[in-house]
Design a protein. Structure first.
Length: 539
């Protein structure tokens, strides 16, 4: 993670971090999630959001969202909207931010440029920064030279030593300049709330960094610190990849003479095999989980299973979904691991299945409504989808209970195997030329009609007992008038009811569908067969 020349000691004196948290929490705690709109939100981003949110909630503070879009070239169109979408979807509602308002806005950096200009002018009045007139060409030559000598490219700080006269002259000639921070030599301590004391000598690896570019815009680091200060951020919780930038940020605070916030860096997320997560992988993209029908509280609980942070609460035991207030109460930076956290995608599937079962038991209205919305959104999958009303409540609950051991997400309920539950699926089977049930098409229609007659004679309650149904079908099939083999008869009924060649046992499907639906589906199938026959005869 750190380059070789860096002097780094990781120590973690518990007393120091405990004291610092206690003293900090007496004033209003303010935390922020500060994404750059450079791509989709991934698991790491949502974990940072979550931990900031939980810390703020636990300490009665505020959670803020700020969009860091100063690096215009890296902006990916649509990513700001997708960040906001994910925030809404995950229910990690900020107290302040774009779309949410607040007293410290605007919350998008590109709308705060005046403030950054004012602040750099302020620093230019001190001797903590200086104007650098080096041309792009010179910097490029320096870089090439370093690469040639197998050294890390770094600015040689030449403009630090320009005389006042030289500066005045360059300004008079309108030579473009950047503003650089004078890096202080020597080790600098960060008292990180997760990693403990981290000591780092930046001047050994970097030249003086640019705070303000010649185009009049701040660099990322400058805007980040100026905003954290002006938005009164007390705790910065962010990914460990930012730890390396923290000494620079602290030096900017010191240059202004501003009090520093507390920092807590969160360990890296990696794949189960130890490899790095790549942004190209779908399984780290939050919108993938949303679009596949995972519940946001499941994704959130999944994130709590990686790398600790919840003290006594054993979030890693895979059989509970904790509500957000419980997670907030238990949240504890002291117990966040320093090691990389492995993500295990199989776990989230199991967790979502578990949650579906919980909802069926404890919040059937919610999952039933989710299901109805899902069906409405996917009408095109069905031959005809009726408008569902309260009458269907029991039917939906029965189907949900039955499906709960067969599905992982609610979206599984609109995959082929489950379509027949909600409406008769398109009867593509009648288009097959060779039915292979034995018997002519007329005989097949007669068999289906006779089955309807049989079902009519049964009571509604008889449909609750699948063994009883099976028994009746067997007796019916063995009568002298029926020529079809039992297996062919089952295949015919399965196709009529579900349009599936493989699926749940026929009697079980009939029991689920109940008397009216079963009769309706078989009637429709006869109708489709008849139409097919007529069409064939027309040709
Ligand atoms: N804008 C940075 C990012 O998108 C966040 C840096 C920070 O939290 O300080 O990763």
């Amino acid at each position: 993670m750190f380059r070789k020349k860096t002097q780094l000691w990781l120590l973690r004196p518990k007393w120091m971090t405990i004291l610092s948290i206690r003293s900090e929490c007496s004033s209003t705690v303010r935390l922020r999630f500060a994404p750059s709109p450079t791509g989709f939100v991934h698991l790491g981003g949502l974990r940072t959001t979550l931990f900031n949110y939980l810390f703020a909630r636990k300490h009665g503070g505020k959670f803020i969202v700020r969009i860091e879009d100063t690096d215009r070239e890296r902006i990916v169109p649509g990513s700001l909207e997708s960040i906001m979408d994910i925030l809404h979807w995950s229910n990690l509602q900020p107290d302040e931010g774009p779309e949410f308002g607040g007293d410290y806005g605007p919350y998008i950096q590109s709308e705060r440029v005046e403030l950054y200009r004012e602040m750099i002018e302020k620093l230019l009045k001190t001797d903590t920064v200086y104007r650098c007139f080096c041309t792009h060409k010179r910097l490029e030559l320096l870089r090439r030279e370093a690469v040639k000598n197998r050294e890390t490219p770094r600015y040689d700080n030449r403009c630090r030593s320009l005389s006042n006269e030289e500066i005045r002259q360059n300004l008079a000639e309108n030579i473009p300049y950047t503003v650089r921070l004078k890096l202080l030599p020597g080790p600098m301590d960060i008292n990180d709330l997760v990693y403990g004391r981290v000591t780092y000598d930046l001047s050994l690896i970097e030249g003086d960094p640019i705070l303000f570019k010649s185009d009049g815009l701040p660099t990322y680091h400058f805007a980040n610190v100026v905003d954290d200060y002006h938005m009164r951020i007390t705790h910065v919780l962010r990914g460990v990849e930012w730890l390396v930038s923290t000494p620079k940020h602290l030096m900017i605070y010191d240059a202004f003479g501003w009090p520093r916030p507390k920092y807590a860096h969160l360990p890296l997320l990696i794949n189960t095999d130890g490899s790095k997560l790549s942004k190209r992988h779908d399984h780290i993209r939050i919108s993938t989980y949303r679009d596949q029908g995972y519940y946001p509280e499941v994704v959130i609980n999944y994130l709590t299973q990686m790398g600790g942070g919840f003290g006594q609460l054993n979030t890693a035991d895979c059989d509970k979904i904790y509500p957000i207030d419980k997670l907030a109460a238990a949240f504890d930076l002291q117990s966040v691991n320093q090691n990389n956290c492995k993500i295990d995608v199989e776990k989230i599937r199991l967790l979502n299945r578990l949650h579906i079962r919980n909802l069926i038991e404890n919040d059937p209205n919610r999952i039933r409504n989710d299901l109805i919305c899902l069906l409405e959104r996917n009408r095109e999958k069905f031959q005809s989808l009726q408008q569902f009303d309260n009458q269907d409540k029991n039917y939906f609950d029965k189907c949900l209970r039955w499906s709960s051991t067969r599905i992982y997400t609610i979206n599984d309920l609109i995959t082929n195997d489950f379509l027949f539950l909600w409406s008769q699926p398109k009867s593509t089977w009648v288009m097959e030329d060779n039915f292979s049930f034995g018997g002519t098409k007329q005989q097949i229609q007669q068999t289906l009609q006779a089955t309807i007659d049989l079902l009519w004679q049964m009571n509604e309650q008889d449909f609750d007992d699948k063994d009883e149904i099976l028994q009746k079908l067997r007796i019916f099939n063995s009568s002298d008038e029926q020529q079809m083999k039992f297996s062919a008869y089952m295949k015919l009924l399965r196709l009529s009811l579900t349009n599936l060649t493989k699926g749940p046992p026929v009697a079980e499907s009939i029991s689920l569908l109940g008397k009216n639906r079963t009769i309706q589906y078989i009637t429709n199938s006869i109708e489709h067969l008849r139409n097919k026959n007529n069409n064939n005869n027309d040709q």
